[in-house]
Design a protein around this ligand. Structure first.
Ligand code: ADP
Ligand code: MG
Length: 639
């Protein structure tokens, strides 16, 4: 049957040619990663289906991926063949998966690619992936032969071929004329390479690509077809030599029989003596008769253990970054990571890598406490088990973390439900949380520049965590940094170290969305600043919530400088000010009376203040009243 693929393939060709001007190599390279990831998925699907239906796969046939470069004897028809022993596809599946999914899967990408300039397209290909259709970046014709496993519903599966080319807008599906060549299940993708893509015939090129992009994305072995030369016994030559030797032996014994032994013996002996060395040499075993032959071989490309299983000493930053990208499909570099092994209290030993992503998923800040990620991957003995670890495996403030955890001694066939009741999983929460906090602390202590970058992404996380995670509150507050009228990046501990003698409050001014410069200029900060006090300038959404939740830090209460209740703690000055204030209150009594009368509907009181230096007056919130910030929020709601 014949289906139509409207223009997708054509448009892809355009993409590939217009990126080919400068950086096509690395861009086209992605086809291999995509096809290997599809093969991995197919193998994984087979393994998972077989958990409930052993008849599909009994665990003995190997699950693997193989890559082979071939061409005809005349050098034509160069092709790269990528096969897997995975779940395969029926004719219908070939049609829907490869014919229609590609349409929707690539349309977003193409829309993106078209709206950006040509230099941006290169990254877009890598970032979004073209899936199966990336084949056409390097091939002008693609055949996909595939056979699904035998099941009750499909007792006699047939090997079919899906065929499509880059310029045409149609594909065909037909029974494979070769019959069943793939065994009981699997898929074989044959790429007829374009003239400009013949480099992919070279094993070195393929090896490098697999190492770079795919060595971490699959636990299944990837084999590359190689041909090596080998010296083997040359049976023909040996047989020939043996025949000659036999003939020679026959003739010499015949001669010996003819000669007269007694006469010639003496003289012969003398000659034999002399000739001995030569005779000895002749008797030595002949050099082995060998010939050079070409042997077909399959070399495993991803023979290294997965990164988390390796000794961190033998892994480079690049290894960690490449693994991160391949494993989580996140193309923003991680900010940091920690790689460790341990034994949980329940006795399960495990290896893990925890990453701090370089940015958050867009969804995260929309609902940080309800955000659910699937980025903590649990493996058992290197086999992926689940990334759905249930609600409580992470504290809510840390639900963005990306981690891989490989447990040694959990049963491989552990189901998600039984897993959730294992003690190990319950212990994971504290293991992960502890390590994340350690990692942040280490950076805060050792690497100021790096910590500033961390603060850009995670600054609000520390504040959120301090509000939400009572158990780790102190550790999280210690990581939070604030701007003040005196400096940036102040921790609360640093603030306390810097407090003035007698100061009994942590001063802050909070107005969401205002710049710290504006806050510093506020009339409320003036007086404190002039007298050398440090004031926290809070302008982030979580700041006010944090301060109101904490109320105090190390037994020192927070004091909103825009609210009544401010104490300088500087006794003499305070006394002096009190007297001055009383004197002024008396002197300005008529003015106060006048102002009170005329503004009684808007303010509760009018008083003389010693807080102001340069400004003539200020409207402040009552100490038990709402802050300006919250009032603004409330009036916005009632509008
Ligand atoms: P994605 O992998 O994102 O789903 P692709 O375009 O890469 O998109 O693949 C489309 C679909 O084709 C896959 O979802 C899968 O159903 C099917 N497919 C692709 N390659 C294979 C394969 N090697 N074995 C079985 N199914 C495959
Ligand atoms: Mg894919």
């Amino acid at each position: 049957f014949l289906f139509s693929v409207p223009t997708v393939a054509k448009r892809l060709t355009i993409v590939s040619t217009h990126t080919s001007t400068q950086c096509c190599g690395p861009n086209r390279d992605i086809f291999l990663r995509e096809l290997i990831s599809n093969a991995n998925d197919a193998l994984e699907k087979l393994r998972l289906t077989a958990l409930t239906d052993k008849s599909i796969w009994d665990g003995t046939e190997p699950l693997n991926i193989s890559i082979k470069a071939v061409k005809d004897e005349d050098g034509k028809n160069a092709r790269l063949v990528i096969s897997d022993t995975g779940i395969g596809m029926s004719a219908e599946e070939l049609s829907t998966n490869l014919g229609t999914l590609a349409k929707s899967g690539t349309s977003d990408f193409l829309a993106q690619a078209e709206s950006s300039d040509s230099t941006g397209t290169g990254n877009l290909i890598g970032a979004f992936g073209l899936g199966f259709y990336s084949s056409f970046l390097v091939a002008d014709r693609v055949y996909v032969a595939s056979i699904p496993p035998k099941t009750a519903r499909n007792p006699n599966p047939v090997q079919n071929v899906f065929s499509s080319n880059a310029d045409d807008s149609a594909f065909e599906i037909f029974p494979d004329p070769r019959g069943n060549t793939l065994g009981s299940h699997g898929t074989e993708i044959t790429l007829y390479l374009k003239e400009d893509s013949l480099e992919y015939l070279e094993n070195d090129k393929v090896t490098a690509l697999v190492n770079k992009h795919s060595s971490y994305s699959t636990a299944f072995p990837i084999y590359l077809f190689t041909q090596t030369t080998e010296e083997v016994p040359d049976e023909e030559a040996i047989a020939e030599a043996a025949a000659k030797a036999a003939a020679a032996a026959a003739s010499s014994s015949a001669e010996a029989a003819k000669s007269t032994p007694s006469e010639e013996k003496d003289s012969d002996e003398a000659i034999v003596e002399e000739e001995k060395p030569e005779t000895e040499e002749k008797k030595e075993p002949e050099p082995p008769k060998t010939k050079t032959i070409v042997v077909d071989d399959w070399a495993q490309l991803n023979a290294l253990p997965p990164l988390w299983q390796r000794d961190p000493k033998n892994a480079t930053d690049e290894d960690y970054e490449l693994f991160y990208t391949a494993f989580w499909k996140d193309y923003t570099k991680p900010l940091s990571w920690t790689h460790f092994s341990g034994d949980s209290e329940s006795g399960t030993s495990f290896k893990a890598i925890i990453y701090l992503p370089g940015k958050f998923d867009d969804e995260y800040w929309k609902q940080p406490l309800a955000y659910k990620s699937e980025d903590v991957k649990l493996m058992v003995k290197r086999v992926f088990i689940t990334s759905d670890l249930g609600e409580d495996v992470l504290p809510k403030w840390a639900s963005w973390v990306k981690a891989v955890i490989d447990a040694e001694d959990l049963p491989l066939n552990v189901s998600r439900e039984t897993l959730q009741s294992t003690r190990f999983l319950r212990q994971l929460k504290s293991i992960i949380t502890k390590r994340i906090l350690q990692l942040f602390n280490r950076i805060a202590e050792d690497d100021e520049e790096k910590f500033k970058k961390i603060l850009e992404v995670y600054g609000s996380i520390f504040k959120l965590g301090a509000v939400e995670d009572f158990k780790n509150r102190d550790k999280l507050i210690n990581l939070a940094r604030f701007s003040t009228n005196q400096r940036n990046y102040t921790s609360l501990d640093q603030y306390l170290e810097n407090k003035k003698q007698g100061q009994k409050q942590i001063f802050y001014l909070s107005e969401m969305g205002k710049s710290t410069e504006d806050l510093a200029q506020s009339v409320f900060v003036e007086k404190l600043h002039a007298r050398g006090y440090e004031v926290l300038l809070l302008n982030e959404p979580l700041d006010e919530i944090l301060v109101q939740n904490l109320r105090q830090y190390k037994n020192i209460p927070f004091q909103d400088v825009a609210k009544a209740g401010l104490k300088f703690g500087d006794e003499d000055v305070e006394k002096e000010e009190k007297e001055e204030k009383e004197e002024q209150t008396e002197r300005y009594a008529p003015l106060l009376k006048y102002l009170k009368e005329h503004s009684k509907d808007v303010v509760r009181d009018v008083v003389i203040s010693n807080r102001l230096v340069a400004s003539p007056c200020a409207v402040v919130a009552d100490s038990h009243g709402y802050t300006g910030n919250i009032q603004r929020m409330m009036s916005a709601q009632t509008k």
